[in-house]
Design a protein around this ligand. Structure first.
Ligand SMILES: Cc1ncc(COP(=O)(O)O)c(C=O)c1O
Length: 436
């Protein structure tokens, strides 16, 4: 059943009807991995195509500025994005993606040997990878704070970060940058980002704080005003994930005092020394800027067709929380975070018997993930997690990350539950095929 209908909603009910009318998935395909790469509604793609037509009508006009240029189109999008993020327009620049923004911040800073970069073990792989590069290039140190899942509440993040900061003691002034997810990827959870930023600034006032909000825009409310007050210096987000803008759209916010520190990942022909913050990022070579411009169309679609951010976000979060509980009950297992930390996606532990060997568990988890897409045309993400076992040792547990979205409804998750159940039963019936 769909739980979309509510007061004031005049459009289609969320769920299958929205999927069929506005998205062009393969027939029968159900996308439970919106968090991975997003999905762009047809009207937004059409709007982007119209922008490409404008660009091709007069290429020089499109790139050079003035009426009919992408700069003019961006000037319309920027205030709307600023309003969605409760930010000042002048502090926002557009990007191709969150990876570009994370790289822009991490690789722009003037690192000294032994400077410290603080990350958590929940950070997306771009961060440890770039940290290793910084380590080799500048001799920095990475302090990777271990976070244990399943999460129980804000303390899951706050306690280990506080302990790591306390251990820094006399070296606190060496802490150059601390990076936290706003919404982590896998496992997925909403982090207590304001409290984390405050902890860092109290322990190390000269440190900078970067938030990776790749999954935040369109999934959870963002207030740069509140985050800046808490001590956040940089914020990176994607447009192509939860905002449903075309692939290749993202944004970076920087507090004014930190803007001089930043260069985009690409230094273009328009970026001579002394170029202003926004101009440094606005032109990064001859490329397709329509995804940035079409973020405005994604915002229109969400407002005019889907009923606005509050309606979308409360449906998607409500559906994810319901689905997490439903699947955990039916499959007698657990989710990775409590409701209070669950946004529009959740992770479910695969119900694999404790007495199976690690390789049996890995094989069954692979069979479930492959069977979901191969047999049922359902896309999830599977991943392993180091968690404490009942005997106190660490073991690898197997999980799937499942995204909710306005094109899904409860019955889709009931179908997913049955599919996982029957694939899991196959593991038992084909035990002999599983290499022990
Ligand atoms: C937490 C997080 N940060 C950054 C990224 C990178 O996003 P993109 O590939 O759009 O650059 C991802 C991608 O899934 C992510 O999950």
């Amino acid at each position: 059943m769909s739980c979309a209908e509510g007061e004031g909603y005049t459009g289609l009910p969320f769920g299958r009807a929205v999927r069929e009318k506005y998205f062009q998935f393969e027939p029968g395909f159900r996308n439970f991995n919106h968090g991975g790469f997003g999905a762009t509604p047809v009207p937004v793609r059409r709007a982007q195509e119209a922008l490409i037509t404008t660009a091709e009508a007069q290429p020089t006009r499109w790139f050079a500025g003035g009426n009919g240029s992408y700069h003019a189109a961006l000037a319309n999008v920027r205030p709307r994005l600023a309003s969605l993020m409760a930010a000042n327009e002048s502090d926002l620049v557009f990007l191709d993606d969150a990876s570009s923004g994370l790289n822009a911040v991490l690789r722009s800073l003037r690192w000294q040997p032994d400077d410290i970069l603080l990350l958590t073990t929940a950070a997306y792989a771009v961060l440890p990878n770039t940290a290793q590069w910084l380590q080799q290039r500048y001799g920095i140190r990475t302090l990777q704070v271990e976070v244990h899942f399943p999460a129980t509440g804000a303390e899951t993040f706050l306690d280990p970060v506080r302990q790591a900061l306390e251990k820094l003691a006399g070296e606190a002034s060496r802490l150059r940058l601390a990076v936290f997810d706003h919404v982590s990827s896998y496992p997925p959870a909403v982090l207590p980002v304001e409290a984390l930023a405050k902890q860092v600034k109290e322990a190390a006032p000269s440190a900078l704080v970067l938030l990776d909000g790749a999954h935040a825009l369109g999934q959870v409310p963002i207030s740069m005003t509140a985050l800046a007050t808490a001590g956040v210096d940089f914020y990176v987000t994607d447009g192509h994930k939860w905002l449903m803008a075309p692939k290749g759209s993202g944004a970076l916010w920087a507090r004014p005092s930190a803007q001089p520190l930043l260069e985009p990942a690409i230094i273009s022909s328009d970026n001579a020394p002394g170029t202003s913050f926004q101009s440094r990022f606005d032109y990064i070579g001859t490329r397709d800027y329509t995804p940035w411009c079409a973020m405005g169309s994604a915002m229109d679609f969400r407002q005019d067709v889907l009923g606005g951010e509050d309606r979308i976000q409360s449906y998607v979060t409500g559906l994810a929380r319901w689905a997490g509980r439903h699947m955990a009950d039916r499959l007698v297992t657990e989710t990775v975070a409590p409701d209070s930390m669950t946004p529009g996606m959740f992770a479910l532990r695969l119900p694999l018997p404790e007495d199976w060997t690690p390789s049996q568990k890995t094989a069954c988890s692979g069979l479930i993930a492959q069977g979901l897409i191969g047999q049922y045309s359902m896309q999830v993400i599977s991943f392993g997690l180091h968690t404490p076992a009942s005997d106190g040792r660490e073991e690898v547990t197997h999980w799937i990350r499942v995204s909710a979205q306005v094109y899904l409804e409860r019955s889709d998750f009931e179908d997913l539950t049955h599919a996982v159940m029957s694939l899991r039963a196959k593991c038992t019936s084909t035990q002999s095929a599983i290499v022990a």
